[in-house]
Write a protein that binds this ligand. Sequence first.
Ligand code: KG4
Ligand code: ZN
Length: 359
Amino acid sequence: RLVSYMLGIETSCDDTGIAIVDTTGRVHANVLESQQKFHTRYGGIIPPRAQDLHRARIAAAYERCLEQAQLQPEQLAGIAVTTHPGLPLSLIVGLRFARHLARRHRKPMLPVHHMEAHALQARMEHPTEISYPYLCLLISGGHSQLAMVNGPGRLTLLGETLDDAPGEAFDKIARRLRLYVLPQYRLWNGGRAIEHAARDAKNPTAFEFPLPLAQQRNCNFSFAGIKNNSFRAIRKQEREERTPPDGIISNYRDFCAGLLNAVSRHLMHRTQRALEYCLERQLFGAAPPTLVISGGVANNDAIFENLKHLASAYNCRCYRPSKLYCSDNGVMIAWHGIEQLLQDPKQSLRLDIDKIDVA
Ligand code: KG4
Ligand code: ZN
């Protein structure tokens, strides 16, 4: 069988990702430039600064990508690029670069929905195990959704967050907690730092949070309550301990364990509802019931193990992308391009470059 190569370009947020993947799911190159260290200092991503960094790095990242893959641009079947959702200033850098390549090398361009790319990524590594349709829990810094995945461009939303995303809550709480004063966490994202700190908790039940939307029988999420309760608990603890303004509460590990447990329970509660709904209505059809967890928060081992355990109680299999590909990267964009190509080769390669824009 003929193998095609797809270039993937991701610049929706603060990572410049460029990768080349082929139709068999083999990764030929994966270049990822994180801006984390430039933004953490300021307590969050500053869009114009993110745009400058993408601009400064994208061409060199592309060159390194070709070099790693040992391929010429002529050998590419197409150029897949994230067009939405994301920070407009960041998205536009990737899109313009993709347009430039597409014109210069006369290659088709394939627009990619960032969250969909997260949702399909696990199929690259588990092509036979994960077949459409499957249930996907998408949890990242910008989203929290449960969706049935029927193919590229064919997701049915079952529920989503009414306020914050879980990764966003982790990031904001980690900053409020000042986890970054500890050198080991200085360059980590909030979710990863909280997961790590929680492992060493002495009293993991010292901080408890009510279950959000406990009475609602749907698949929506809410993390604002957990976030506000966290801020309140931290302030109370700081007052009691007289924590200096640049210090951290002594039992931050217990706090992180309680927080992680609260987020985990909420995700399980909603996923359970979605599983029951899909099984009752036989939405999996002839395919074996399958749950895929994706997005940056899927990196979290505690959350993944809990969800896997829940799924197994429903005879449902559970997968996530390997850690290399859970967070934003170019591979998932290239893979989404491959999925588009496989689904409808003619249509996916015919799109007019000028009609593709950030949305
Ligand atoms: O998918 P992603 O890389 O970017 C978005 O599309 O948002 O997700 C980033 C988010 C961040 O909010 C980060 O705190 C969270 O994923 N994250 C984690 C972990 N690693 C990254 N959350 C919990 N546990 C982790 N190990
Ligand atoms: Zn993402």
